[in-house]
Design a protein around this ligand. Structure first.
Ligand SMILES: Cc1cc2nc3c(=O)[nH]c(=O)nc-3n(C[C@H](O)[C@H](O)[C@H](O)COP(=O)(O)OP(=O)(O)OC[C@H]3O[C@@H](n4cnc5c(N)ncnc54)[C@H](O)[C@@H]3O)c2cc1C
Length: 286
């Protein structure tokens, strides 16, 4: 595999929450063939392999994770072809949105303020009330669990709310089909959407975004708020006073604090409404 292989690397600096212990191995491949080689090597050596994107939806245990974590930040090319734009898995979502705005391709501005990488946005089918990632996808280049590289159409995945249903495939590139529009109009929609987010969500603080998935027909944030959990705290982690489905790390929080708060909030919502909230955040090493 071309790229860096490092041992015992702290994951906290790569996580949006800035929390988490080390991975036994951190793999940083250059290109899709290197991802494929790493997948095959990990299978042969029986080493568990996880893929990390922007770290904005993962809680890593304080003790870290055993096995290998792959980070695709080097795969950060954006190529435009007419109304289509192909982005490597390591392109940050905000830079993809900037690029589409600059070339006058509309659609993704509904999805502003998501601190993902392209691979993570596809894996999670990231979205807002106004739309989701899969709506704009045409095809995805993946490395399959057996190491084969394949280009798959959007319809070959059965993506649902906050889950691209990749079945273990690793996204290395995603191609979006967008609609030509005036860059100024795109910019205005983009700014309006960002302004709305900034007013209603604690986007500048350390979090994983929404901790729980919204139950059918309701909003997890509403249930948490009515259950009286706003500003509830465990150690250095607090339920946001602005949006109750966000838990904020004040800088001193640990993964254990986060998990304890999540369990307490879950219990209070269950006791009050009889609803079992389901975490959206992924747990690594628990
Ligand atoms: C301030 C804030 C606001 C947010 N707002 C939103 C929002 O509006 N809407 C929304 O949907 N989410 C939101 N989120 C949550 C998060 O940004 C999304 O879930 C996002 O899609 C995660 O992308 P990531 O690259 O950070 O992935 P990570 O958090 O690194 O990983 C998430 C999952 O995706 C998998 N994954 C990552 N990269 C790949 C890859 N290349 N191939 C296969 N699997 C991969 C990981 O293994 C993991 O299971 C927010 C988070 C924060 C912190």
């Amino acid at each position: 595999m071309r790229g860096a292989v490092r041992e015992n690397v702290s994951l906290a600096p790569m996580m949006h929450l800035r929390i988490g212990g080390p991975a036994d191995w951190l793999l940083e491949p250059y290109a899709e063939e290197d991802v494929a080689a790493a997948v095959v090597a990990c299978r042969e050596l029986d080493v568990p392999l996880r893929v990390l994107g922007g770290g904005s939806n993962v809680l890593v245990a304080d003790e870290g994770v055993r096995g290998a974590v792959m980070h695709l930040a080097s795969m950060n090319r954006i190529v435009r072809d007419g109304n289509r734009i192909a982005a490597g898995a390591g392109v940050t979502w905000p830079s993809l949105l900037r690029a589409t705005k600059e070339v006058g391709l509309a659609g993704l501005e509904k999805l502003t303020g998501i601190p993902a990488m392209v691979g993570g946005a596809v894996a999670m089918n990231a979205g807002t009330r106004d739309g989701e990632t899969f709506e704009h996808l045409i095809s995805i280049t993946v490395v399959e669990p057996d190491g084969r590289i394949a280009v798959r159409g959007r319809d070959q995945f059965r993506a649902v709310y906050r889950d691209g249903r990749l079945d273990g495939a690793i996204v290395v590139q995603a191609t979006f089909e967008l609609t030509p529009d005036d860059p100024k109009a795109i910019f205005e929609r983009f700014s309006a959407s960002l302004k709305k987010r900034n007013a209603t969500q604690p986007v500048t603080q350390r979090s994983v975004g929404c901790v729980f998935r919204n139950p059918a027909g309701d909003a997890a944030g509403r249930l948490i708020e009515v259950a009286g959990c706003k500003t509830l705290r465990h150690g250095g982690i607090e339920v946001s006073g602005l949006h109750a489905n966000y838990f904020i790390n004040d800088g001193a929080g640990s993964a254990a604090d986060f998990k304890a708060l999540l369990d307490e909030v879950s219990k209070r919502v269950r006791d009050k409404f009889g609803v079992q909230l389901e975490p959206e955040v992924k747990f690594w090493g628990f």
